[in-house]
Design a protein around this ligand. Structure first.
Ligand SMILES: *Cc1c(COP(=O)(O)O)cnc(C)c1O
Length: 363
């Protein structure tokens, strides 16, 4: 006897990136930050008064929301804190897409989104990105024609690392009938020289939500804190209705405040990631890989035609180096590689060089 809703029985769950337990593994598969969180995090945990756990947390995480609002020059009622960015995606779908209505995104895109949409019993439309990972032409018009109530764009994009510029995003937001959620999980790693900033859209567009997370940019994937920025009309139903009443726990709130407050520390990490990203891309290019420009903390490396990315993935794995391989037609000959520490990147590059010089890597 099955008690699940039909849509839940039919759907497949999210496939997690592997989390190897061996501490010696060079883990470059799930885009975590290679550096530890700010020392302010350790300080706040050490001095945390355990007795406060008797009580419920501040329900809407106001001290953290105020800090976020101040940073981005928006009002506090334009911010909602969430249990990681993933909860923010689920809340956006629950709040803005009726069961049976349509959720829109790109292919490839963040594979969690269709899973969340299936759980809400929504239809999913995925528009294929161009050969250079750009948005397909008439993206917003096609989403409107499909009746998309909510459209999600990951920007910088995963798994390519490509960045869509602010003017293009503004045009999409302008034209869409529904809500546009820009998943900015990796935006902290964008080169500041590009002057990329979507927060200015929030004042002019009442259908734009920006998703941020502390998981990548602030080295806190284990903590589970993210937030949404948007016009108050979008944030309010999430803040006051669809969110769990205490969705961010007390410890997570104080740690998030400490990490987010130490921006200088986080920025030094972002700069180091950008420098290593460039070094990794140049070295992979020399080894014959095609590496599109990444504004993220990973690179997508397309293997040379005579090399099988899957075989290379397996050989690296045997050596304790874990990267990500996606078994889809478009990505089958690519590896997505998280930018690690200088040492980790060196270990990876040395191993790739050795494997490629060894017996042919084409099985
Ligand atoms: C990491 C990530 C998120 C959010 O992750 P959380 O750990 O839940 O904050 C959202 N979108 C994409 C594309 C990501 O890679």
């Amino acid at each position: 006897m099955s008690y699940e809703r039909d849509n839940v029985r039919r759907m497949a769950g999210y496939v997690y990136g592997e989390q190897p337990q061996d501490p010696d593994t060079v883990k470059l598969n799930t885009n975590e930050n290679p550096y530890p969180p700010s020392p302010a995090v350790a300080d706040v945990i050490r001095s945390f008064d355990v007795d406060t756990l008797r009580r419920y947390p501040p329900a809407t995480a106001d001290p953290f929301r105020r800090l976020v609002a101040e940073r981005f020059g928006v009002a506090t009622d334009q911010v909602v804190a969430t249990n990681g960015g993933d909860e923010a995606l689920r809340l956006a779908i629950t709040t803005f897409v009726d069961p049976g209505a349509t959720f829109g995104t790109t292919e490839p895109g963040y594979s969690l989104c269709p899973v969340l949409a299936n759980a809400q019993d929504c239809a999913v439309i995925r528009l294929e990105l161009g050969p250079d990972w750009s948005l397909p032409c008439d993206f917003a018009g096609r989403m409107n024609a499909a009746g998309a109530r909510l459209t999600c764009l990951v920007n910088p994009h995963a798994p390519s690392g490509a960045l869509v510029d602010a003017a293009t995003i503004a045009g999409v937001a302008e034209e869409l009938d529904g809500v546009l959620l820009v998943d900015e999980a990796y935006v902290d790693f964008v080169d500041p020289d590009l002057g990329h900033d979507l927060t200015t859209l929030l004042a002019s567009n009442d259908n734009v939500l920006l998703l941020r997370t502390l998981s990548k940019g602030y080295s806190l994937a284990g903590l589970r804190v993210g937030f949404l920025l948007g016009a108050a009309n979008l944030v309010d139903p999430i803040l006051t209705k669809t969110r769990d009443s205490y969705n961010v726990d007390t410890l997570a709130q104080v740690v998030a405040e400490a990490a987010f407050g130490d921006r200088g520390y986080a920025e030094r990490g972002w700069r180091a990631v950008r420098e290593e990203r460039r070094r990794l891309a140049v070295a992979l290019d020399k080894l014959g890989f095609a590496v599109p420009d990444s504004q993220s903390n990973f690179v997508l490396a397309e293997a040379p035609p005579d090399v099988s990315a899957h075989a290379l993935f397996m050989r690296l794995r045997e050596r304790g180096i874990v990267v990500r391989h996606f078994d889809t037609p478009r990505l089958a000959n690519c590896l997505r590689i998280t930018v690690g520490t200088a040492w980790e990147n060196e270990v990876l590059l040395t191993a790739i060089g050795e494997v490629m010089r060894g017996p042919r890597c084409n099985s």
